[in-house]
Write a protein that binds this ligand. Structure first.
Ligand code: MG
Length: 227
């Protein structure tokens, strides 16, 4: 499902309208094509840890070996593989990321995004759902100029106890909104992480391929939002 058509087309017939939107953060509310250096720095911070674990020649090789181990052991996520196979808890990894990543050195305020989300928040509930570290999620939102008042919650895999693409992550978000999955739109840039698991629960989904896909959310006709 993409942002091409009208949003209501993605809602199952008879399911009622969207009353909340769960936004992924990285790649969804700010894009790699606008901040290539920052995305590289994020990959390097996690990648260096994974590279060292495997004694690999590169971060990429480390990630490939981690992913192969993850699949072999039938584990649901990379963070679960780090925990089970290497004894690195998600909170260890997140403190590492928070210490070594500097969103405030890269990201800029995005007034158009702020206005879009402000307008949406007057009609529906908004939440953030991310596998990023809690401290980084807060700093990224602040750097983009998005105040905490816009969001009903910021849910991270660390505080949820489940990581995308686990279904439990999306169930927890719907519970926090107090809404059935059919009423919560999942907005994200990575289909396998953000959209496919959400759709399995019955959530409508929207793929973000450029900031324009987010900016145009406020153009959705008001009747699509009615509960
Ligand atoms: Mg993303």
């Amino acid at each position: 499902v993409t942002a091409e058509g009208p949003l209501e087309a993605h809602t199952a017939p008879g399911a009622g309208a969207v009353r909340a939107a769960l936004f992924d953060l990285d790649g969804t509310l700010y894009r790699p094509e606008d901040y290539p250096e920052y995305f590289r720095s994020m990959d390097l911070v996690t990648g260096e840890r994974v590279r060292a674990l495997y004694g690999a020649a590169s971060a990429r090789e480390g990630f490939e070996r981690l992913e192969a181990d993850r699949i072999r052991q039938g584990l649901p996520s990379k963070s679960a593989a780090l925990q089970v196979l290497h004894g690195i808890s998600l909170s260890d990894m997140n403190r590492w990321r928070e210490r070594h990543t500097r969103p405030e050195d890269h990201l800029r305020r995005d007034p158009r995004l702020g206005a879009t989300l402000q307008g949406l928040s007057e009609r529906i509930l908004l939440g953030i759902g991310t596998n990023n570290a809690p401290g980084l999620a807060r700093r990224i939102l602040a750097a983009l100029g998005l105040g905490p008042e816009l969001f009903a919650f910021v849910q991270t895999s660390e505080d949820c106890g489940a990581a995308k693409p686990e279904l439990r992550f999306f169930e927890a978000a719907c519970e926090r909104f107090g809404l059935p999955p059919q009423a919560v739109l999942s907005v994200g840039d990575t289909p396998a992480q953000d959209l496919e698991p959400a759709a399995r629960l019955g959530m409508p989904v929207l793929l973000v391929r450029a900031m324009a896909d987010v900016y145009r959310l406020h153009e959705v006709p008001p009747e699509a939002w009615r509960g």
